[in-house]
Design a protein around this ligand. Structure first.
Ligand code: SDX
Length: 431
């Protein structure tokens, strides 16, 4: 537990209550209000948890004012430049960067779990071909407990470890097969001689009729996208995984719940919505029309890929993604990509507009990622599944942390009830 530094006093009615305060490694101090209801007979009210810490964690830290993101203390910019996704997975899961031997063992364990139980193919075939891949992923991942029952006992540390490795290893296969199924193409099996990102690209784009050569520029960009999306404190989908896990649900069911939450356009679905918005804008001269709509209170339109609950300065992931978009598109000879030009001009105009400045709205991780994924050949429907492949390591790391946290019990928020007071039943003839 963080160190208790001082106490907070709450005075209301005839009550004066003292609460311990803790100072974290970084970020705001917290007030421990666990005894508030028992001693004060009142609840706090924080409907979207803007001021509420739901847990103690050692995994990821965000400083929204500084635009800082740390995975186990390491800045995301350094990891994106110097590390690679499976090393980042090890860091998030176990807390430290691995030695060469530890990394080799970890990569080998993940590689040997990339295949899916052959019978799971029937799940894919039960969906319509035009099903959104996220629908397929929710269904297939939720069904994994039926096939990997030997890693569902959350009380067994070894089974938790196996479930974590299986989830990280199998998500690329599930996402790639959801994509192949939507195309009506045969499933491509993982290869043990390819790295994680290259394996994913090959499973998505190879066909049995010819050899597929992985483009090293694209596999490096894919690996970097995985690193940038891996974890992000207690975001909506991670909080969903933790809440599902607090009931004792098996890890596969918890990850399926996280995938479902990530799908929303306010969260992981924003990358798909953002590219579709950029395409709808189409050309730079139409940007003012959309900026106007984004500022119009009566128009539900929002600038997708902009804004964030925590970042009130730039999102460091967006910065890395923007550099990567420039690099990938120019190496692919499509630097004059119209969508990229629209994105850059939209960012420039928005960041000079007082509405966005006042509300501290900056591009987030979803603003540029879609441009790279589109250039790689992915349809927009595959953008959020790719986010889910990456975030699985964050979800499972946070889930593991929650399971062994002695302060964690089943999550059960209270409410501010403003419904009808008690009343008697009225027969239908008297209504
Ligand atoms: C992710 O939490 C995480 O860490 C998430 C994530 C992760 O890695 O897990 O970072 C991934 O989900 C990134 C966010 C992707 N979503 C989008 O890009 C969708 C567009 N953005 C918005 O919907 C919004 O900014 C949110 C959902 C991201 C944040 O919403 P908040 O914190 O609830 O902020 P808000 O909706 O209260 O907005 C504050 C004000 C509002 O105006 P007022 O009511 O104060 O007048 O800013 C306005 C909003 O109308 N606003 C926008 C806007 N985002 C907020 N106006 C125009 N365009 C936008 N994009």
């Amino acid at each position: 537990m963080a160190e208790e530094k001082q106490t907070a006093t709450l005075i209301f009615g005839n009550k004066k209550l003292e609460f311990p305060m803790y100072s974290p490694t970084a970020g705001p101090d917290v007030i421990d209000i666990r005894k508030l209801y028992a001693e004060g007979d009142v609840f706090t009210y924080d409907p979207s948890y803007t001021s509420t810490a739901s847990c103690e964690s050692t995994i990821t830290f965000i400083d929204g004012d500084k635009g800082e993101l740390l995975y186990r203390g390491y800045p995301i910019e350094e990891l994106a430049e110097k590390s690679h996704f499976l090393e980042v997975c090890y860091l998030l899961l176990y807390g430290d960067l691995p030695t060469a031997a530890q990394l080799e063992d970890f990569e080998d364990r993940v590689t040997r779990h990339t295949m899916l139980h052959e019978q799971m193919q029937y799940f894919f075939r039960g969906f319509r071909r035009d099903a959104h891949p996220m629908a397929t992923m929710v269904g297939v991942v939720g069904a994994m407990s039926a096939f990997y029952h030997d890693s569902t006992d959350i009380g067994d540390p070894w089974q938790r470890e196996v479930a974590a490795i299986r989830m990280i290893a199998k998500m690329p296969t599930i996402a790639a097969w959801a994509y192949k199924y939507s195309l009506g193409q045969p499933f491509v099996y993982p290869r043990n001689d390819l790295d994680y990102a290259s394996n994913f690209l090959r499973m998505c784009f190879a066909v049995p009729c010819e050899e597929y050569e992985v483009n090293p520029i694209l596999s490096r960009a894919m690996d970097r996208i995985f690193t940038l999306h891996a974890d992000h404190e207690q975001n909506a989908s991670t909080s969903t995984v933790r809440l599902a896990g607090s009931s004792g649900a098996n890890p596969f069911a918890c990850i399926a719940a996280g995938i479902a939450c990530l799908w929303g356009p306010a969260h992981g679905g924003a990358n798909q919505a953002c590219l579709e918005m950029l395409r709808e804008i189409g050309t730079v001269d139409r940007i003012p029309e959309f900026i106007k709509r984004a500022k119009d209170k009566d128009d539900p339109f929002r600038l997708m890929g902009f804004g964030h609950r925590v970042y009130k300065n730039f999102d460091p992931r967006a910065q890395v993604m923007k550099e990567s978009a420039d690099e990938v598109l120019s190496l692919m000879g499509i630097e004059n990509n119209e969508t990229l030009q629209v994105a850059k001009e939209l960012e420039r105009i928005a960041l000079e507009d007082e509405y966005f400045i006042d509300k501290k709205l900056y591009p987030n991780v979803d603003f540029y990622s879609g441009i790279i994924l589109d250039a790689m050949g992915f349809p927009t429907s595959m953008f959020t599944p790719i986010f889910a492949v990456s975030r699985t390591v964050g979800w499972i790391s946070q889930w593991k942390e929650m399971i062994v946290d002695p302060s964690q019990r089943i999550g059960r928020p209270r409410q501010l009830y403003v419904g009808a007071a008690r009343r008697g039943y009225v027969e239908v003839e008297n209504r």
